[in-house]
Write a protein that binds this ligand. Structure first.
Ligand code: SAM
Ligand code: SF4
Length: 375
């Protein structure tokens, strides 16, 4: 007999209530969800996993998000910014090892000096790698002008998580001021599309006050925004942050992990050709966390290229893994792990979002059709 989940998985376009049912699936129903997501992934994406070498450029941040370990008011960490040489060294390593893609991430700084430094670095990265690296930026909210300057300097993709699509919840997990405004963040995501970036966003799963309905709305938000990439991870508490006071009201770590896996699986079914990240936060909770995420729909991994001496100062949450490793150790460990789950590593390939490529093709087709009809 067909179960409710069987029926839902046949649906062309999942509704809010169907998503909620899937998020609550247990036992055999949960397995059916994961199997369906794995099939969709195999059909539309294949078994390749793409590496994005992660450079945690600086932990300086002008913001004070209530959940984040590198928020400006946390005085318990040493602040750092990598030198240009250190960044280019990490880039050379990624280039030699055929990672083909990089993510440059940091706290949010909007000063002209920071903006210029990033522009300069993008140009240098282009020169030393013969423009062969797909560069993703994750540098917080920036003006349209800055986003377009960085795009012109060589960036292709931008990751800016909305954190939660529920405006009330957003207010609860951020300070109440202009610097932490939901609509400002939303508008920046829209500006990314206008600047022709491959647009990435995402949320944390298992935040205090967050409900399963909120999570379903997050998935609907991604679909409505028609994003190209999504990075979702479990929320993990950090002692030196204001949200830590709610630690006793949180779901258990394994529940947060399980919900994140389901979010990934459902998203793969909803948005078949986007890129989905298997986040490091998954590995923090479960040693095989990223592998499990890849098996139910994710296709991107971000091996850490940050020099070891800085890693303990980029702790967004507690128990972040691989603090004592250098980049080369990360690589051999990942290769073995990917082999174990039958994933092929897309060395030398950008692994751009197929969703983005398909949209570009449609736009070109539209333009050609319009031109033809004008002739
Ligand atoms: N500053 C930029 C920004 O906020 O977009 C980029 C870097 S920020 C550290 C990257 C992501 O870390 C955030 O979007 C947030 O989702 C995640 N993060 C921060 N604190 C976290 C926590 N306690 N648990 C899980 N993820 C967290
Ligand atoms: Fe800064 Fe990003 Fe952390 Fe917010 S999440 S405090 S913007 S680094």
């Amino acid at each position: 007999m067909l179960s409710c989940v069987d029926e839902i998985l046949k649906s062309e376009c999942l509704s809010r209530s169907e998503i909620i049912t899937l998020l609550q699936a247990q036992g055999k129903e949960r397995t059916k969800l994961f199997t369906c997501a794995a099939e969709v992934k195999q059909k539309y994406i294949g078994n390749k996993v793409y590496f994005r070498g992660l450079i945690e450029y600086s932990n300086l941040c002008a913001k004070n998000c209530l959940y984040c370990g590198i928020r400006q008011s946390n005085k318990h960490i040493g602040r750092y910014t990598m030198t240009e040489n250190e960044v280019l060294e990490a880039v050379r390593y990624a280039y030699q090892e055929k990672y083909a893609s990089l993510v440059l991430q940091s706290g949010e700084i909007n000063t002209p000096a920071f903006i210029d430094r990033i522009t300069d670095m993008l140009l240098k990265i282009g020169t030393i790698t013969h423009h062969s690296m797909g560069i993703t930026l994750s540098l917080g909210e920036q003006s349209k002008k800055t986003l377009s300057t960085w795009k012109d300097a060589g960036a292709r993709r931008y990751l800016l998580r909305i954190e939660t699509s529920n405006t009330e919840l957003y207010r609860k997990i951020h300070p109440q001021n202009k610097l932490h405004d939901f609509y400002q963040r939303l508008n920046t995501i829209k500006s990314l599309r206008e600047a022709n970036y491959q647009v990435g966003t995402g949320v944390m799963v298992g935040l205090p006050f967050q409900t399963v309905e909120d999570m379903a709305d997050d998935l609907l938000f991604f679909r409505e925004m028609d994003v190209d990439m999504v990075g979702m991870g479990p929320y993990i508490e950090h002692t030196d942050t204001p949200l830590y006071q709610y630690k006793n009201s949180l779901l258990s770590l394994s529940e947060r992990f399980d919900l994140t896996l389901k979010m990934i699986a459902i998203l793969r079914i909803m948005m078949k050709d986007i890129n989905i990240v298997a986040s490091t936060a998954m590995q923090t909770i479960d040693k095989m966390g990223r592998e499990k995420a890849l098996l139910v729909g994710a296709n991107i991994i971000m091996p850490n290229l940050t020099p070891r001496k800085y890693r303990e100062n980029y702790l967004l949450y507690e128990n972040k893994p691989c603090l004592d490793e250098e980049a080369y150790q990360c690589k051999s460990c990942l290769e073995a792990r990917m082999h174990l789950i039958g994933c092929e590593i897309g060395y030398g390939e950008w692994g751009d979002s197929k969703h983005f490529e398909n949209r570009q093709d449609l736009t070109t087709e539209d333009t050609e059709n319009t031109e033809k009809s004008l002739i």
